[in-house]
Write a protein that binds this ligand. Structure first.
Ligand code: MG
Length: 385
């Protein structure tokens, strides 16, 4: 069973304000089209995405996303997409407006599930507001305005949304047979004209179509609410040994002993690095830099931290904040905390204000209390918009 999402992005709509067509404007950290593509590309029930664009937007298409040029109307653009898919062996297609970037995984799943039993399915929302038919006022004083001429029974009316899903051969045939008004509202209408029953699945208020400037504000709020936040923790211990200095969170501190370890034994930086790997569910320092490999002997721990930060960026996250606690009786950490924040900020590419360095003793209890070593705990918070 092969399912393709056909995302219609050929419009020139600038009613939402700005000079750019709305699908290429930024909302919640990414362009509208990027949000919409991601919603389908990351859905487990979707195999491929095909974007239908205006020829002028060729340079705006994200790298690696298959695309075709649309036509003068929405129906012509959908037809172009369907024709491009003809003969590629796909079974089902979901046709979606690019201007609905807040589409949820649940809503997509519901349309897909409905296609197991129906040839067509599309999300709809029952109306809760009363419906009026408006007409220009015929005010003898010439005051103008609009008045209510009639009311409609809303109970049988449903607001149409996308994605609208179909068995591929059926919707392709329906579009090829479509000779009506090219401004036809949507694919469900074209399908219905061809005699296809379209099951209505549950739509969502948040699946709005961005049309006005106010819609951008609302979409921003919804997409920020869908933001992915991940937390990780890290814990590390190193034993004191002979030496005259220790390295903690990237800062050299003169001391009457050193810390033992395969690398430079920067226990604080190790805990922070493991917190980042932990947030990504991506193992730990030992997995990425095995102590069995001699090349990491005496290594500067910034190599580990830089590696973890690169993995964070590669996965599309950014670091929101780091909190690290060093547990030791000696040395005193307070005088160095500011320098540690600066050193870590430089390595991680974030600001010092996003990094907290705290210290505590363990009241002379346990191995840290007996000054046998230093322990460090760290928490990392990652955000992907
Ligand atoms: Mg360590």
């Amino acid at each position: 069973m092969k399912t393709t999402a056909l995302i219609v992005a050929a419009g020139r709509g600038t009613r939402a304000g700005g000079d750019l067509p709305k699908q290429w404007r930024t909302v919640a950290g990414q362009r509208v089209a990027d949000h919409t593509i991601a919603a389908f590309a990351t859905h487990p029930g979707i195999d491929d995405v095909l974007l239908v664009i205006h020829p002028d937007d060729e340079a705006r298409v994200p790298a690696g996303i298959p695309h075709v040029h649309g036509g003068a109307t929405r129906a012509a653009s959908v037809r172009a997409g369907l024709e491009a898919l003809a003969g590629t062996g796909i079974d089902r297609v979901l046709i979606h407006d690019v201007a609905r970037p807040c589409v949820s995984r649940r809503l997509i799943s519901a349309v897909l599930a409905a296609l197991d039993t129906h040839t067509g399915a599309a999300p709809g929302l029952m109306l809760s507001d009363a419906l009026w038919v408006a007409a220009p006022a015929h005010d003898s004083d010439g005051n103008g305005g609009t008045i209510i001429r009639d009311v409609r029974d809303r109970r049988a009316l449903v607001r149409a949304q996308t994605p609208q899903g179909f068995h591929f051969d059926a919707i392709l045939a329906a579009h090829r047979a479509h000779t009506g008004d090219d401004a036809a509202a949507d694919d469900a209408e074209i399908a219905r004209t061809a005699g296809i029953d379209v099951l209505i699945t549950q739509g969502e208020e948040d699946n709005l179509k961005i049309t006005t400037p106010a819609d951008f504000t609302r979409a921003e709020r919804i997409l920020r609410g869908q933001m992915d936040i991940r937390l990780g923790n890290g814990y590390d211990v190193h034993r004191f040994g002979p030496g005259d200095r220790i390295t903690l969170c990237g800062v050299d501190i003169p001391h009457d002993r050193g810390l033992l370890g395969h690398s430079d034994a920067d226990v604080g930086m190790h805990a922070i690095t493991d917190a980042l790997y932990g947030a990504l569910a991506d193992g730990d320092i030992g997995r990425h830099f095995p102590p069995s490999e001699p090349r990491w002997k005496g290594a500067d721990s910034r190599v580990f931290l830089e590696h973890a930060c690169a993995r964070v960026r590669h996965r599309g996250y950014r670091i929101s904040n780091i909190d690290c606690t060093l547990v030791c009786e000696v040395p005193r950490i307070g005088p160095y905390a500011g320098a540690m924040q600066q050193a870590l900020a430089g390595i991680m590419g974030i600001s010092a204000g996003q990094i907290s360095i705290k210290a505590t003793t363990s009241e002379r209890l346990g191995f840290t209390g007996r000054e046998e070593g230093i322990a460090a705990l760290a928490t990392a918070a990652l955000i992907r918009p």
